[in-house]
Design a protein around this ligand. Structure first.
Ligand code: PLP
Length: 370
């Protein structure tokens, strides 16, 4: 079994060894719970009631007996929230992406994928038998060039993008992608994991860009970020959702979400619909945090989303800073290759309504000392 030690030691020598940290007693500045809904009393109450009524696990796949009234209600709420005809739930964002992309693009098709797409999208592309081309991050001229050259040689072409790029915080130009997908007759798959609950009045990237859903658009999102729960969803036209239910292996061959998580997410959507000012508060707080961070001697990137990367560059140095912060009970995870390109290691700060002003001041003071 020497190979195991050798492999671990190679990872360590490259400064890339990862350890999980217990979050207990730490101030958490790196979760994706942007609106603080995972601890919201009404969300907890809804989940607790579902737990009492349905028990802990869902018991089976959606296609066997794991589909309850709560799953159905959540799908209907999400379809309404996102402005699409239909929706289907998945066990997680990772499962949604690896399950749906191979349904949309098969042998004889082409996938065009943004270079900075999330790993789960990359793995979904890898599982598909379609040809794949990665285009430079947000380089839509390059994307047009590829389509100009190759569109006619393929049956379906699927463009895949994050709405908010998870490690950078910038957003895709979805208006331009709408145009391109129409001009070249492509399907457009948008992973709105970090846009849901943070962009527009909370409905995500289409709302922010004033765009209406179109049949060629597949909108994926997660329940695990601003919605404070766990799980994911895919919103699209009715027939496509039916096809996904029949073909996506990561939906068919896995146990469905526990009903209590659906109940919590349902309540979270309701809270966002009723209090859109939560999103403006988040935006306001993000701007404030950025303005304060920007006084520090680091490269800070800011795109108006609650993901603010503090770029350090060197992998080892990034982890040293992260460890130093841990000693001060601050949890700000260092992000390294392969999550981001080599030499662009960073501390990925996420802004949340969960923090108090004093928490942010404390963080800034400590970062100043680093
Ligand atoms: C853009 C994006 N898509 C998908 C996922 C996967 O979602 P989940 O954590 O629910 O598996 C994540 C993060 O985890 C993400 O950042």
């Amino acid at each position: 079994m020497d190979w195991i030690r050798a492999e671990l030691s190679a990872i360590e020598q490259a400064g890339l060894l990862r350890k999980r940290r217990l979050r207990e007693n730490l101030k958490d500045f790196c979760s994706n719970d942007y609106l603080g809904l995972r601890n919201h009393p009404e969300v907890i109450k809804a989940a607790r009631e579902a737990l009492k009524e349905y028990g802990l696990g869902s018991g089976a796949s959606q296609l066997v007996s794991g589909y309850t009234k709560l799953h159905k209600e959540l799908e209907e709420a999400l379809a309404r929230f996102k402005g699409t005809p239909a929706c289907v739930l998945f066990g997680s964002g990772y499962l949604a992406n690896i399950g749906v992309i191979p349904v949309l693009a098969k042998e004889g098709d082409l996938i065009l994928s943004d270079q900075l797409n999330h790993a789960s999208l990359i793995d979904g592309c890898r599982l598909s038998k379609a040809e794949k081309i990665v285009f430079k991050h947000k380089d839509y001229e390059e994307l047009r060039g590829i389509l100009e050259k190759f569109r006619e040689s393929y049956r379906n072409v699927l463009i895949v993008t994050d709405s908010v790029f998870s490690m950078e915080g910038d957003t895709a130009d979805v208006k331009e992608l709408y145009k391109i997908s129409e001009e070249y007759d492509c399907l457009l798959y948008i992973d709105d994991a970090h846009g849901t609950g943070t962009l527009g009045r909370g409905r995500g990237i289409l709302e922010k860009e004033n765009l209406k859903w179109k049949e060629r658009v597949i909108l994926m999102g997660t329940l695990s970020k601003a919605l404070g729960s766990y799980g994911a969803f895919v919103c699209a036209g009715e027939e496509l959702i039916e096809l996904i239910v029949n073909r996506a292996r990561s939906l068919i061959f896995t146990t469905s979400l526990p009903p209590s998580l659906c109940a919590g997410a349902l309540k979270a959507i309701k809270l966002i619909e009723e209090n859109p000012n939560m999103i403006s508060q988040l935006k306001e707080r993000t701007r404030k945090v950025y303005n304060s961070l920007n006084k520090l001697p680091y490269e800070i990137r800011y795109y108006g989303t609650p993901i603010i990367p503090i770029i350090v560059g060197d992998e080892r140095k990034t982890m040293e800073i992260s460890s130093f912060l841990l000693k001060k009970s601050i949890f700000l995870q260092g992000i390294r290759y392969p999550a981001v390109p080599k030499g662009s290691a960073r501390l990925r700060l996420t802004v949340s309504l969960r923090y108090e002003e004093e928490d942010i001041e404390e963080l800034l003071n400590i970062l100043n000392k680093v």
